[in-house]
Structure formats: C-alpha cells, structure tokens
Design a protein around this ligand. Structure first.
Ligand code: AMP
Ligand code: MG
Length: 324
C-alpha cells in the first residue's frame, strides 16, 4: 500500500503527523527530532514528566530502541504485535531522556493499523505518538476529533477511519532480572491474555516495578486526572436502572445525558470516547452512567472501567456501600 503522505517531507517542514492507529489517533514525531518532540509536548500541553510511547513498524526498529531484547519481548511481540500492547524495557542510549521523561526505560508498540504501519515503515525513524488530544482531555478516535483541536499548519492529519479498539493500549513493564511483568495500564488485552503466554517462571504483578516505586516517581499513566469530558460525568455502580438513578423525583426530564454501555467490553471500548463526545455536545450539562457491579471484577472490563474511573467527576458504588 502506498503511504498517503511522505512522512519525511512533513517532518522536514516542521509539522507533526496525526497518525491513525487501532487504539486512538497519535500525534507523531520521529524519535531523532528533539525539536518536533518538544512540539508534541507543547501542543498537547503535556507535562515533561509524562513519557511518550515509541511506535515501531518492524522488530528491527523495536530492537534499535532497547538495551536488550529479551526472549519474553519476542514472545509477546509474536503473540500481540502488531496490536494494542505496549512493552516497557530498558532503553538504548540513543533514545533521549526527553522521550522517556528521564526514566531508564522506553515504552514500545507496533500498532495494528495498515496506514500507521505503512507510515512507520517509510519513516526514517520510529515515531513517538501520544494521543492526539490536549492533556487530560478525551482521546481522539476519529480524524475529525484531531482536526477540531489542532491547527492544520501544525499537524498533518491522516484519516484512517474510526479506531477499532477505541481506548489506549495495555502497558506492561518487563524486568528480565526479576522475571516480573508489571501491569502498568489496562487496555483491550487483558491480564488473562498476558498470563496465558507467560513462561511458568515469570509472574505478573499489579502496578509499577519496585525500582520505579522506590524512585518516588508517580507511576506514569496512573495519574488520576485523565480523559475528562468537559461536562461532569457521574458513574454509579449499581443494579438499579439508569432511569431510577438519574430521574428527577417530579418526573421531569433527567438533568443529565445518560450513557448506556453495550454488553460487550470490546464494543464498549470502541464506542466509549465517541459516546462521551456526543454527551458533551448534547443539551444537559451533566453525564450519567450506570455500571453493573460485576464489571468491576471482570478482567475483560478492566480497560473500560479504568477509563471511566479517570473520566468520572463523581464515582458512587451502591453495591459496596450497601445500597441497591
Ligand atoms: P499515551 O498517553 O497513551 O501516549 O501513553 C503514555 C503512557 O505510556 C505514559 O503515561 C505511561 O503510562 C506509559 N509509559 C511511557 N513510557 C514509559 C516508561 N518508560 N515507563 C513506564 N511507563 C511508560
Ligand atoms: Mg494520552
């Protein structure tokens, strides 16, 4: 497939590329262009403490970014790449500290989108590609979401259609010495799916590795303020119906847009940010959503529940507080 644009020409002109991937649209710059990487942080309003994921179009590009490529990385790549799984590994010296926010590790992913892969394969270097949105706001899952935020003079938007996965990648950290995989951010690929391919002498632990915790750093991606719609979202964990929870006592129109979650977590993820965007545009100035209690303990729902927790201004768990 011919790439829709020549990435080298766009970058040479000092512009960034909004790259369609299967998760969300990314704001891309080559890893060897510090000026453009600085623009990624600036245009997004992203703090310098938040590291960027490096996107690769081949295993050679991935290997060029790390100190060593452990057998487990190869095994995970064989199973899940191209796809929505990001691997965090000790970085090569050639990957700048600006990209990794000063950490000794780099996050790598090969996206499963034909346009992204083609662009990466014709790009002179791997590309950083954080979500193409303003920091803490909803991630873009359509080209128009990106166009609504960034100026065409700054960003060449490549339209690859709506994103199939719809939420950001699963992120895991690999520590070959401790034979530990850290669960850093849930996504479509579940803990069960990762466990199924781990060799028996490796184990999966939740949260950042002890080395990160001891450094006193906040584990990246685990900040609470993230993915917020511009109207307050109330999530109620309950078996009661949305009408019962959000209706006003005098039977007038509910003062909020009620979002319904599809029963299938894959479809729920795909639609999540677009439904929140629609609710942002609707009349009521509040958004409400009811979450069945069993989703909280279901690994298949972990990614969606995680994004809802970050998007919600109010989180009320009726099941745990004894009500409903
Ligand atoms: P995104 O905002 O989707 O581009 O994802 C960036 C996230 O990737 C960060 O907020 C971190 O959670 C994670 N990340 C990137 N680099 C690293 C790293 N070196 N170590 C741990 N997590 C990382
Ligand atoms: Mg993001």
């Amino acid at each position: 497939m011919k790439p829709p644009i020549d990435p080298a020409a766009v970058f040479a002109a000092g512009r960034l590329i909004a790259l369609p991937t299967e998760t969300v649209y990314g704001l891309a710059a080559p890893i060897d262009r510090p000026d453009l990487i600085a623009r990624v942080f600036k245009l997004k309003g992203r703090p310098a403490t938040n590291p960027l994921i490096v996107h690769v179009g081949s295993l050679d590009q991935a290997r060029s970014c790390v100190r060593e490529w452990p057998d487990l990385a190869q095994r995970l790549a064989d199973h899940f790449w191209p796809g929505p799984l990001t691997l965090v590994l000790p970085k090569a010296v050639t990957v700048s500290d600006v990209i990794t926010a000063g950490q000794p590790t780099v996050a790598l992913r090969m996206p499963d989108h034909p346009v992204a892969l083609r662009l990466l394969q014709t790009s002179p270097a791997p590309l950083v590609a954080p979500s193409a949105n303003l920091f803490t706001r909803l991630s873009p899952t359509r080209a128009d979401d990106v166009r609504a935020v960034f100026d065409a003079a700054d960003v060449e938007v490549v339209d690859g259609g709506p994103c199939r996965v719809g939420i950001e990648s699963t992120i895991i950290g690999l520590d070959p010495d401790e034979r530990t995989v850290s669960w850093l951010r849930p996504g479509l690929i579940s803990q069960d799916a990762i466990r199924a391919v781990l060799p028996t002498d490796w184990h999966l632990q939740s949260g950042a590795a002890s080395s990160v915790r001891e450094s006193g750093q906040q584990a990246p991606g685990q900040m609470r303020e993230h993915y917020r719609p511009d109207k307050p979202l109330t999530v109620v964990v309950s078996r009661r119906s949305p009408a019962e929870i959000f209706a006003l006592p005098d039977d007038t129109e509910p003062g909020c847009t009620i979002l319904a979650l599809p029963d299938d977590p894959t479809i729920a993820a795909r639609q999540l940010y677009q439904s929140l965007r629609q609710a942002e545009r609707a009349g009521p100035d509040q958004i409400g959503l009811v979450l069945p209690p069993e989703y909280l303990d279901d690994p298949a729902w972990e990614g969606v529940v995680n994004r809802l927790r970050k998007a919600a201004s109010v989180w009320r768990d009726e099941a745990r507080s004894g009500g409903g």
